[in-house]
Design a protein around this ligand. Structure first.
Ligand SMILES: Cc1ncc(COP(=O)(O)O)c(C=O)c1O
Length: 379
């Protein structure tokens, strides 16, 4: 039984609370960089250190820091040879960056439907989407847990395909103890401010065990420059992480495991309260550690549920309201309305509840109670 609770305000995110908890070390780290006068990776130490720390956390050989998660996707695709004429199998229930960058390489995204309880790619539908042009499978590890990487890597091996992981929402995620970054040619991380490990702005990182891919990514993030200054081996980008972001991230990284545990405690409150209530709660796939980037429930009366939560002072969000194959730049890659049943249904029904390390158990209980009020009134 949840305790009776009174009205309270529950924000969806509380980024400022992260800073408040770590104000002294963050201020010192940022000040050290600014006062050193060394702001970029050429000469600075912080980017190299965060690269090593994140590579070690994920037990991969190389970490290559870049300007954003989107750049990490684009650069790892270029470095693994994705380009015109290729098809890349992925999902349409996600943030736009994965599909956007596939299209930017000149390749074609091929959308496969999602599993309705994990929201990740339905691995059993991948083989039907493979054609002679298929070059890669790009699973997105959504909401803080990994896609079915065992099945995906098995299919990739059988058909000679590359696997590229979009791990923007999966920093620190593992399957059977093996961290993301180890299931394909490369993986991309995002440190966008709202991510489990959020920068003070934009930042991203590529993880890879492949020396050649690492070498190309390193070059492409600085205009394709080779080992010799102002000699260019590849078509590249300007996509450096800066030293201030790296220093800021390093302070937070030391707290990531604790903060993910705190997210887990909030998820437990929601799961205990909502299980058996008729509200669909997220399912963690066996073998996965869930880092609870998001907590998604569903309602066929979503607008009313969100209005009810708002009245109670509880923020909720919709990740994601419109499937990618309905947006004008990507319509031509899909098969129209009704082609991805679970993707489209999730977009109609999903509601994301607040979940972050600074949400209190009392706040989570209040959120759950507010959802249950609505569910009971709806019967
Ligand atoms: C699944 C997914 N992929 C890619 C990205 C792109 O990352 P960024 O915003 O750092 O470019 C994001 C988040 O923003 C994301 O959630």
């Amino acid at each position: 039984m949840l305790n009776a609770v009174h009205e309270m305000r529950v924000p969806f995110y509380d980024i400022k609370a992260q800073y408040d908890e770590l104000q002294t070390p963050i201020d010192a780290a940022v000040h050290n960089v600014i006062s050193s006068g060394v702001y970029t990776i050429s000469g600075g130490k912080q980017c190299g250190l965060i690269e090593r720390e994140l590579a070690d956390l994920h037990k991969v050989k190389h970490g290559i820091s870049v300007h954003s998660g989107t750049d990490a996707l684009r650069i790892m695709m270029d470095a693994t040879g994705i380009g015109p004429g290729d098809e890349v199998i992925t999902t349409a229930f996600t943030f736009v960056a994965s599909t956007e960058t596939i299209v930017q390489t000149g390749a074609r995204p091929v959308f496969v439907d999602i599993d309705p309880v994990t929201y990740n790619i339905d691995a059993e539908q991948i083989e039907a989407a493979i054609t002679p042009r298929t070059k890669a499978i790009l699973p997105i590890h959504l909401f803080g847990q990994m896609a079915n990487v065992e099945r995906i890597t098995e299919i990739a091996r059988k058909h000679g395909l590359i696997v590229l992981e979009d791990s923007a929402q999966a920093v620190g995620c593992t399957h059977n103890g093996v961290p993301t970054g180890n299931f394909g040619s490369a993986a991309s991380l995002s440190f966008y401010v709202t991510k489990n490990l959020g920068a003070a702005g934009d930042a991203g990182l590529i993880l890879t065990n492949d020396d050649n891919v690492a070498e190309k990514c390193l070059s492409m993030r600085i205009h394709g420059m080779g080992r010799e200054r102002y000699y260019y081996d590849h078509l590249g980008y300007t996509s450096r992480m800066d030293e201030v972001q790296a220093a800021f991230l390093r302070v937070k990284l030391a707290h990531l495991a604790d903060w993910n545990d705190r997210r887990g405690r909030i998820a437990d409150v929601y799961l205990n309260a909502l299980n058996g209530s008729g509200i669909q709660v997220p399912v963690t796939q066996p073998g996965n550690n869930n880092t609870w980037h998001q907590f998604a429930i569903r309602s066929d009366r979503r607008a009313d549920l969100m209005a009810h939560l708002k009245e109670k002072g509880v923020d909720s969000m919709i990740y994601y309201p419109v499937p990618l194959h309905f947006h004008s730049p990507y319509e031509r890659f899909g098969n129209g309305h009704g082609s991805l049943i679970e993707t489209e249904r999730a977009c109609r029904e999903i509601v994301n509840l607040p979940i972050h390390p600074h949400l209190t158990v009392a706040q989570a209980e209040y959120v759950a109670e507010s959802v249950l009020d609505f569910a009971k009134a709806a019967v």
